[in-house]
Design a protein around this ligand. Structure first.
Ligand code: SF4
Length: 734
């Protein structure tokens, strides 16, 4: 029996794990006591990882060999890897010849490792020349990316988990940390126990388990976050709680913001947000760190999808960062704006540029200098000159017939994207859909012309970056499973995501660059990692000093330039920001209400979110009965008054309808919601919920995202999962 040091594949906390195995099968998992994210702790999801890969479950859920469908959603036939990848190459080459590079798109995942991401990005933007490569990270943190860039000059969370021990105020906005980042929440609880004077403010329309530990819960009306934050700044300025010296020395644009927030007086803000002026004032004072007779106390803000998943998500992010800049709450222990990433490697995807507007090393496609630098590194003549289509836009383009070939890796858009009617129309209309996936149970597999089986946690090598910029190694403990249907030992079982992309790229190079040396000379993830490191030289995230050998010693936070012996826990301690003049910028954006307000036809505000014990589309956590102990079945949660108003009893079935689709679910009462609000967990897909889309090509049973809205933030292109207008009617019993 051996133990292999690796990283949990679920959330962005990035806990270290020790995988026990007998060399052939994983037999257990425990928290790594030496990993600085978790110090040995695991939540229910992490602690049950070994069970999700146990052979009885894996036999039912894993894809083990390539499968081809000659008819969309028809029977799938097995074929060998060589035939599968050559077919993919032939079909993509045909599309490129017929329609050009912009007719193909790649849709990736924050579950991929950094090395996987890097190869796919080079394949799409470097070899094929399409800018249409995006990631499901677009659905969870692109507003944070845009917010950091617009204000601080770089997409870099400036804080770290240890700041919890130094903060005097935690401002938790739009984050149910207790469920979404459970081990981080344990550290918050520890900090509160150790220092009862620590003030915790939670901003959330719902009274979540996170809000239960708050000293002040600001239960705002859905979508009014920017109104609240501008109102807090108005009060800080009026009361003299801002840091004029910091503003003068380290920022630009304060006058415009001052003018803007002048129009957000406390009475108006309190009324729109549905809170009291006293609570608003208390929040502003605590955030500013003003305590009589003491120097300014540090405030750490923690924020997530409640700010990001909004049609004004970037403006909400920058409104919060404005508060940090206006009060000098940044660059010192316990202070700073800390965006929590949902997925295990959303950060790694950002670092290698695997979003539609990015290139490796936090470079941008629209920047000619950046394009020239990466073209030289990759050995290609040029790169696409403008940003590609983002997640929602890519599927809209496929539904409109513009994108004809889609390659989907390690993500499940037929469940996770909003407005499933459009997504499913896209998957039906695209001429060729490749799905590279570990689990046969993912809904998107049903739409694939070609299914490529991928390795998964416990079988893969590479790296991930967690929310605090800490890079950890992911290691293989066991070989991937094998198909018993194939007799060819060289053509059997799942392959690594990067290796699938490299094999496909080699075949496509023979068509697009005949006779030239390959630009994909990789035989191991380490060689990909080393090229990625080279791409960061001189950039804000410089990791040229962070070899695999260095990562053997311990996980490390970037930047970690060549010659460094330690990573960087905290950014901007010197007050210099990565902008042209070294100053941060205030971003003055007015409050925008939600894109789809409640009205007489759709009078309920639906929000979605996570359960404590489930992960995304439940392809892994949904296989374990014990993880249904916390929440056993899907439900639409409503305030008891709304149940009474509709004559409903707990457990009654209702039709839930939005302008895009409908589903049937039981109702449950919840005091966590205000009257007029509704909640349903994001995890419930077609297998749990009946329903239909509203369009002529709609597919039935698309889960909760058959209801959600694809309204986008214009700057980040992140969709507004957190607010859709819906109505309910009691479902007649059959
Ligand atoms: Fe895994 Fe996140 Fe739980 Fe840690 S907190 S064990 S990373 S799911």
């Amino acid at each position: 029996m051996t133990e292999t040091r690796s990283t949990c594949p679920y959330c962005g906390v990035g806990c270290g794990v020790l995988i026990a195995s007998d060399g052939a099968q994983i037999t257990g998992v425990r928290g790594d006591p030496e990993h600085p994210a978790n110090f040995g702790r695991l939540c229910t999801k992490g602690a049950t990882l070994a069970l999700t890969v146990a052979p009885p479950i894996a036999r039912q859920t894993r894809l083990l060999q390539p499968l081809r469908r000659l008819q969309r959603q028809g029977p799938a036939q097995p074929l060998g890897w060589d035939a599968a990848l050559q077919w993919a190459c032939d079909r993509f080459a045909h599309t490129l010849r017929t329609h050009g590079p912009e007719a193909v798109g790649f849709y990736l995942s924050g579950q991929l490792l950094t090395e996987d991401y890097y190869v796919f990005n080079k394949l799409a933007k470097g070899l094929i020349g399409t800018p249409h490569l995006d990631s499901n990270s677009r659905l969870c943190m692109s507003s944070a990316v845009a917010g950091y860039k617009a204000t601080l000059g770089a997409d870099a969370p400036p804080t770290c988990y240890d700041d919890l021990q130094h903060a005097h105020c935690l401002f938790i906005a739009g984050s149910n940390t207790a469920y979404a980042h459970p081990i981080l929440f344990r550290r918050i609880e520890d900090a509160k126990r150790a220092r009862p004077a620590l003030k915790i403010i939670v901003v959330d329309p719902r009274r979540t388990d996170t809000a239960e530990i708050a000293d002040l819960h600001l239960r705002i009306e859905p979508g009014t976050d920017a109104m609240l934050l501008h109102g807090m700044l108005h009060l800080m300025l009026r009361e003299g709680w801002a840091d004029a010296a910091f503003i003068a020395a380290h920022t630009h644009g304060f006058e415009d913001l001052q003018t803007l927030v002048h129009d957000y007086p406390p009475q108006l803000v309190a009324q729109v947000c549905g809170i009291s002026v006293d609570d608003l004032t208390l929040a502003a004072r605590w955030f500013a760190g003003i305590e009589p007779g003491t120097p300014r106390q540090p405030t750490l803000s923690l924020y997530c999808q409640g700010l990001n998943q909004s049609s004004s998500g970037t403006a909400k992010n920058t409104a919060l960062i404005n508060l940090h800049l206006a009060t000098g709450q940044i660059g010192r222990p316990g202070a700073g704006p800390f965006s929590l990433t949902g997925q295990p490697n959303a950060m790694g995807g950002r670092e290698v540029g695997a979003l539609a507007h990015l290139l490796p090393g936090h470079r941008e496609l629209a920047n000619p200098t950046h394009r020239a630098e990466i073209a030289a590194l990759w050995g290609v003549p040029d790169l696409p000159q403008r940003p590609g289509k983002t997640a929602v836009e890519m599927f809209q383009a496929a539904a409109d017939g513009e994108i004809k070939a889609l390659w989907i890796a390690c993500t499940n858009p037929a469940q996770s994207l909003p407005d499933q009617t459009t997504v499913r129309r896209a998957l039906q209309r695209a001429e060729f859909v490749v799905v590279q996936e570990a689990f046969a149970t993912a809904a998107t597999c049903d739409f694939a012309d070609l299914l490529l089986p991928a390795t998964t946690w416990g079988e893969k090598e590479g790296t991930v970056t967690n929310s605090e910029r800490r890079i950890s190694r992911v290691r293989a403990a066991v070989p991937p499973p094998r198909s018993t249907d194939s007799t060819d030992p060289t053509d059997n079982g799942p392959r690594h995501d990067w290796a699938i992309a490299v094999d496909f790229a080699h075949r496509l190079e023979a068509v697009l660059r005949p006779g030239q040396a390959t630009i994909f000379p990789y035989t191991h993830p380490e060689s990909i990692w080393n090229e990625h490191r080279a791409a960061t030289r001189g950039r804000d995230l410089d990791i040229t000093g962070l070899s695999y050998a260095a990562l053997e010693l311990a996980p490390a936070q970037w930047p970690f330039p060549a010659g460094a012996t330690l990573g960087t826990a905290r950014l901007y301690a010197d007050g210099i920001f990565p902008t042209a003049d070294g100053r941060a910028r205030f971003d003055a954006q007015p409050y925008q209400p939600v894109a789809e307000p409640r009205d007489a036809r759709y009078p309920l505000a639906l929000t979605t979110g996570r359960l404590r014990d489930q992960w995304h589309g439940m392809t892994r956590t949904g296989t374990l009965g014990r993880l249904f102990g916390h929440v056993p079945e899907p439900a639409l949660e409503l305030h008891p008054q709304d149940l009474a108003r509709h004559g409903l009893q707990p457990g009654d079935l209702v039709h839930v309808a939005s302008r895009r689709g409908s589903l049937i679910a039981p109702v449950q009462p919840s005091d966590a919601l205000a009257p007029g609000q509704a909640f349903m967990a994001m995890h419930w897909g077609a297998e749990f919920l009946g329903g239909s889309g509203s369009g002529s090509n709609a597919s039935p049973g698309s889960g909760v995202n058959g209801l959600t809205s694809a309204a986008l933030c214009p700057r980040s292109k992140q969709p507004e999962f957190k607010h859709s207008a819906v109505r309910i009617t009691k479902a007649a019993l059959p």
